[in-house]
Design a protein around this ligand. Sequence first.
Ligand code: ATP
Ligand code: MG
Length: 412
Amino acid sequence: MLYSKSFINTSREDPKVAECKSHKLLLKANFLYMVSSGIYSYLPLGWRVLNKINKVIKKQMVLAGAQELLMSAIQPIDIWKKTGRDKDLEEVMFKFKDRKSRELCLGPTHEEEITEIVKRYATSYKQLPFILYQIQTKFRDEPRPRFGLMRSSEFIMKDAYSFSLTQQCLEDNYQKMYKTYEKIFDKFRLNYFISEADPGAMGGSASHEFMVPAEIGEDILYFCPGCNNYYKEKGRCASCQGETEAKKMVEVGHIFQLGTKYSMAQEAFVLDQQGKRKPLIMGCYGIGVSRVLSAVAETASDSRGLVWPKSIAPFDASLLVLESGWNQEALELESWLEKEGFSLLIDDRKEPAGVKFNDAYLIGHPYIMIIGKNYRGSAKIEVEKRETGQKFEIAKDKIVDFLKDEHNTESN
Ligand code: ATP
Ligand code: MG
């Protein structure tokens, strides 16, 4: 992609509306457009990151045997009345009536709807177990939308639902999702902790939250600096008996063993081996996809800008063309790299080198490559690793090997 032809419009000034580091950087680097408080559009760079986050999630969900579907965003209030959650979630629901006075809402979550779908088709234990998931926009009329995508009124969630005949099978699925979540959050290079949580309005027995420490977090966990352990309650550290300290955390994922709360209320039964009617035993598993984007931006950035992990960076590298006459070479390099699965944002603009460097640091691709003075004659590309600042001089024909080695080192 040539920068000169792209719709990337970074700004030099810090946006006045910014409420925290990630909000500031994502607006300034032009990943997001703020439509109104709590409502955002994803601009091309932000959309590329979001799609990469989804790709990581989908890969692991498929490996866990889950099947993707897409439920409706508009839901009838009738299904919520069956579980009584029309009242529990009344405050956050965006409710409205259609022209026929049908009471509807924009889905804040989908336990009721998935239960309606599954009960329509699952009649026998032979169809169990299975896990269904979707990646979809949710709507919640949050009392205080803030910090950009961290707490917005419209946000993207990955929500998965497991259906089993027995508690043991639910626990197996829960364990599988727990491990899947670890793999997913590892890929995002998030420094996360898993804490036992209160199932709250979701109901059910067990529940775990995936938490990332950040100053703007709205949850508190107690941290032992010696052992790196986190606790739900203030109490001395269970390992070393040392003092614990309160730390603010952002919840990026949440898994629940729901049990039969929804299947009993919505009459979702199947026949077991003996022909007896049994309620489906359910689990649900959420990841705040758009919140992950913000959480990575919040925790992986420096004074110069964003620092994306390779798995979700918009492009693999910024290629700065600092000498005129080399655009054609840059495009050839791009098409060669693309064949090997690497993408480039080629900064071909007629701007001073300082402007190009500032934007490259701000946008935060894992590598900044430079076609400058050394390219003439020796065909050497200067490469800087965004995260560490390490610099390399790589011959043009070795650049793919270099990127492949780097990727292999990371995935090992
Ligand atoms: P919170 O405690 O932060 O309000 P929640 O517990 O109500 O979140 P869940 O119903 O567990 O949220 O939703 C699953 C995931 O969706 C959360 O772990 C979080 O990452 C994300 N999420 C929830 N609310 C929002 C929001 N308003 N904006 C962005 N992401 C959100
Ligand atoms: Mg939660």
